[in-house]
Design a protein around this ligand. Structure first.
Ligand code: PLP
Length: 393
């Protein structure tokens, strides 16, 4: 079965655009124009020039010799941690700000949970001299002060969302409301492969530079474009979608997605969406999400802020549904161990999100000398506090 999006924005049973009628004009404008814009030669040149000179792409595909020795496989790390701003998120925000300019928009809005997407958005707004407003739950602002200050330093306005649980979903509601009220001059930058069509596919296309580079780099290093296994962590799923994209329809390549099991899949404190989730509507698309019997979204938990999301993007729900993706749930404590292990073995302190992907090596079967690519989505500088609190290193 071919993994691809249909004309209504569905991957199998998942996706679509479930939005209030007031948002139709905004979404229709995007849906009808995004492919034409991003496939245009001038756009592509601007996009790749910025990825090269501003973000620092291509990121290396690094053969991790000591990690490989330990796990008895040929392990490569795709170094998204070396991107400007410290993670893959900027690949998408660069793409979307160029798109916003082509659409003649003057203002950017975004929502953020942990603040990583807010920082990536504030960064590209500073780069382009565009006005930037980031909505963030009041509770999250308190928890993630350094990122709030980063956004302000970059010139963005951070607006607290004060309704509900004062976290990510409340910030999302606020951003949607603002977009409805300012449809003509404002573009809404969504930070993962979530949201109403066309966002999931659009964001995946911007992130697909990751697997395009892996193919080329693996050809140079191994004499073949295809690894045996690609592993990535999944919050909403954008770094995983980017790392999987050019392999979706190459059956010989196993796609492994690592979700956050928090304190344990059945602990009531996790973000293991495929293990626990049911079909529902989240953030404008039909997907798997963690919900109560009566359909209330369950507050997720993960030690890594970036994986602390109650759903997954529709493409991942589909990969899970048709068995194309292998999903593993990695607990907080195991991710921390894997993060410490990589630090000591390779001199690379990973983001705790990425450490979930690393630990998946212990949770899957593979053959000796399999070529495995792990997408190292971000660097661990932002997580130093969490490593210190963890203490076991
Ligand atoms: C935000 C983030 C993630 C999770 O987001 P995806 O959309 O699932 O990629 C993973 N790793 C890092 C470093 C992040 O900042």
């Amino acid at each position: 079965m071919k993994i691809e999006i249909d004309k209504n924005g569905f991957y199998g049973k998942f996706g679509g655009a479930y939005i209030p009628e007031m948002l139709y004009p905004n979404i229709e404008e995007l849906r009808d124009s995004y492919l034409g814009i991003i496939e245009d030669e001038d756009f592509q040149k601007k996009f790749y020039d910025l990825l090269k000179d501003y973000v620092g792409r291509p990121t290396p595909l690094y053969f991790a010799a000591r990690l490989s020795e330990k796990y008895k496989a040929k392990i490569y790390l795709k170094r998204e941690d070396l991107c400007h701003t410290g993670a893959h998120k900027v690949n998408n925000t660069i793409g979307q700000i160029l798109l916003a300019q082509k659409l003649g928009k003057k203002r950017i809005i975004a929502e953020t949970g942990a603040g990583q997407h807010g920082v990536a958005t504030a960064t590209v707004c500073a780069l382009m001299g565009m006005e930037c407003t980031v909505y963030m739950g009041e509770v999250d602002m308190e928890r993630q002060k350094p990122n709030v200050e980063r956004m302000k330093l970059l010139g963005a306005t951070v607006v607290p969302a004060t309704s509900g649980s004062k976290t990510l979903k409340d910030a999302t509601n606020e951003a949607m409301r603002q977009w409805i009220n300012n449809p003509v001059d404002t573009h809404y930058i969504i930070g993962s492969v979530v949201g109403p069509h066309p966002y999931p596919e659009m964001v995946a296309k911007f992130q697909s530079v990751i697997s395009a580079e892996i193919k080329k780099q693996l050809q140079e290093k191994e004499g073949r474009e295809n690894p045996d296994i690609v592993i990535a962590c999944v919050g909403g799923g954008s770094n995983a979608a980017g790392a999987f994209y050019h392999y979706y329809n190459t059956p010989g390549v196993r796609l492994v997605a690592a979700e956050a099991a928090g304190l344990g899949v059945s602990s009531g404190k996790s973000a293991a969406t495929t293990a626990l989730g049911k079909l529902g509507i989240l953030h404008g698309s039909r997907t798997l999400l963690m919900q109560t019997e009566d359909g209330q979204v369950v507050e997720p938990h993960s030690i890594s802020a970036g994986l602390d999301y109650p759903g997954i993007g529709p493409v991942h729900a589909h990969l899970f549904d048709v068995g194309r993706g292998e999903f593993v749930a990695v607990e907080d404590k195991d991710a921390m161990k894997a993060g410490v292990e990589l630090s000591k073995l390779e001199g690379i302190i990973p983001a705790i999100e990425s450490a979930h992907a690393l630990h998946a090596l212990n949770q899957i079967e593979y053959k000796p000398d399999d070529v495995i690519v792990i997408n190292l989505s971000g660097r661990g500088d932002k997580d130093l506090e969490t490593y210190i609190k963890w203490g076991e290193y």
